[in-house]
Design a protein around this ligand. Structure first.
Ligand code: FES
Length: 578
């Protein structure tokens, strides 16, 4: 590997060719502050917070490639003054209601200001746009807190290829805007929330439903049921200082019970149900040869992306509702009947790693007889906020188990949380159902890992072959869809998750600052925890879940049968490309 040597604060450093000065310095233990830089997402050099001295010049280190013999100074008076001036200018036009900001305590601008010892803002003047957009059921935009770093634009445009937001206007009037300045709800935004994850401040946040849930919990007439997605249990602990990848399933259940929920169910039950329905759908489409490849529909960000960008391929999407919607539907039908509760009095709350689920929860197609399948969706962050508000000592809570009869999920359901998980869970079931015998090895490692696009071929005992693709991140999904449109790729089954890594790094998960995400492989750590949770289960295949079997025997009948279609399947809508 080619290396170069250069001097950083008088000390010789040897780095791989192509390394930026910012990266090289951080590797040497010099933590140069940065704000607009986000590895692989935004390299716009707009904030000037990371400047270093190179000869007589001040240069942004985040885009400066280290060269042989270069001499860099990271800590001179000139450097410190320049950094402070840049941050003070940002602060002079920044809404400083920090105490009530959702990012308080986790704001990168707050950290940088504090680290640079800024105690007052010298500059005063006119304020730029103060516009707030509350139109989306998933994401709130607040221009008064925006520092125009462009990280959200990189996440939405470059990484996700959604391009719902971009820079508009010039100079002091510059803003981040949707096309034609439309409300976010009327844009092509897919609600994935990756803009929130990229934002260093509180300019982007989820539409909070915490108070709605508190209100329902306080209402004696309401029976409030909660369900939690698999990815939540491997990330929630981070909000309470536990290391990335800590599994907190039992503590989470205990906390939810203490918050006052009447039943604490696991959305993994819904995931197992999805496999039963989607696996049957796959076998039927393989038989008829129609609407192949079957594309998974668990991810509402991906579904809306398809509705806007590939409306002519909506027939390829599985008609299955997503797992928490299936479970919500079962709560208001099967469970309501069993427990003798009027579904009108039941409130279903989903705890999700995702902001797009908020949008999904409100979709009209996902309701029956005037009742939504799911009433409120809270993100992992919102659940953490409720636990903190209630004063629970989360770390020291004793483990508790989910309620039944729809509280139990299999190991196959847990892995839905990581990219490749839905495909692996489906293949475990489809193989055994078609062969009638147990698999020797149930781990399909070919669909695991963080490669953007993974491909494998599964040979079924019936002689059928399932050409499978697993994709995560909408940029990769677009690449694959375009390759299919050109006829370069052919598949039978595709799993797509909108967020990079799958739900484990969804837009509702704990926000990790740019520096930490460079040091810790968040996706890998949370995925490892997901697979460990799978291994810890006694039932690891959806079709072996005894509660799922009982549901079909007692209530639904056959997978893809009449009642299953009525309660567990949906349809999609063609939407505008702009
Ligand atoms: Fe380097 Fe903003 S210019 S972090």
């Amino acid at each position: 590997m080619d290396t170069i040597k250069f001097m950083i604060d008088g000390i010789e450093a040897e780095v791989t060719k192509g390394t930026t000065v910012l990266e090289a310095a951080r590797n040497q233990g010099v933590d140069i502050p940065s704000l607009c830089y986000l590895k692989e997402i935004n390299h716009s050099s707009s904030c000037r917070v990371c400047v270093v001295e190179v000869g007589p010049r001040l240069i942004a280190s985040c885009t400066l490639i280290a060269e042989e013999g270069m001499k860099i100074q990271t800590n001179t008076q000139k450097v410190r003054d320049a950094r402070r001036a840049s941050v003070e200018l940002l602060l002079s036009d920044h809404n400083q209601e920090c105490l009530s900001c959702s990012r308080s305590g986790g704001c990168e601008l707050q950290d940088v200001s504090s680290n640079l010892n800024i105690r007052k803002v010298t500059y005063t003047g006119e304020k730029s746009s103060q516009e707030k957009d509350y139109t989306s059921p998933a994401i709130v935009r607040d221009a008064s807190k925006c520092i125009l770093c462009g990280r959200c634009v990189g996440a939405c445009g470059t990484m996700q290829t959604v391009g719902a937001i971009s820079f508009a206007k010039r100079g002091f009037d510059t803003v981040i805007s949707t096309a034609f300045g439309r409300p976010l709800a009327e844009s092509t935004c897919v609600n994935c929330g990756q803009c929130i994850m990229a934002c260093p401040v509180g300019a982007l946040s989820e539409r909070e439903n915490i108070d709605d849930v508190w209100d329902d919990l306080a209402d004696p007439a309401k029976y409030v049921v909660v369900q939690t997605a698999p990815a939540v249990r491997v990330a929630l602990g981070e909000e309470f200082g536990l290391p990335v990848g800590t599994r907190v399933t039992g503590k989470m259940v205990a906390a939810l019970r203490k918050l006052g929920f009447d039943k604490v169910f696991d959305a993994n039950f819904g995931a197992d149900l999805t496999i039963m329905e989607e696996g049957t759908e796959l076998l039927s489409r393989l038989g008829s040869g129609e609407n192949l490849p079957l594309m998974t529909s668990c991810c509402p960000g991906w579904v809306k992306f398809m509705e806007h960008n590939f409306p002519d391929r909506l027939g390829n999407l599985s008609t299955c509702k997503s797992p928490h919607e299936m479970e919500g539907s079962m709560v208001k039908s099967f469970f309501a009947k069993k427990a003798g509760i009027d579904p009108k009095n039941i409130v279903v709350v989903s705890i999700m790693p995702c902001t797009a689920k908020k949008y999904e929860g409100a979709r009209e197609e996902l309701s029956r007889e005037g009742l939504q399948d799911v009433d409120w969706v809270l993100t992992t962050r919102e659940l953490a906020a409720m636990i903190k508000e209630a004063g629970l000592d989360f770390v020291n809570l004793k483990d508790e188990a989910f309620d039944n009869p729809i509280g139990k999920g299999s190991g196959a359901a847990v892995i839905f949380g990581a990219t490749g998980g839905v495909a692996e869970a489906a293949l475990r079931t489809v193989f055994e159902i078609t062969s009638g015998k147990a698999l020797d090895t149930i781990e399909y490692t070919a669909v695991r890992g963080m490669e953007g696009i993974k491909e494998t071929v599964i040979d079924l005992p019936t002689g059928q072959r399932i050409r499978t693709a697993v994709v995560h991140g909408l940029g990769n999904a677009r690449k694959l869809m375009e390759a299919m449109e050109r006829g370069d790729k052919t598949y039978d089954f595709m799993e797509v998750m909108a967020c990079p890594g799958g739900c484990i790094t969804g837009g509702g998960q704990p926000i990790v600052d740019a520096g930490t995400s460079e040091r810790i492989d968040i996706k890998a750590e949370r995925a490892k925890a997901i697979y460990t949770e799978d291994e810890a289960q006694t039932v690891r295949k959806s079709h072996n879940n005894p509660y799922i079997k009982a549901l079909y025997e007692e209530f639904l009948g056959e997978p893809n049968g009449h009642l299953a279609h009525e309660l567990l399947h949906t349809h999609y809508i063609k939407r505008s490309k702009v």
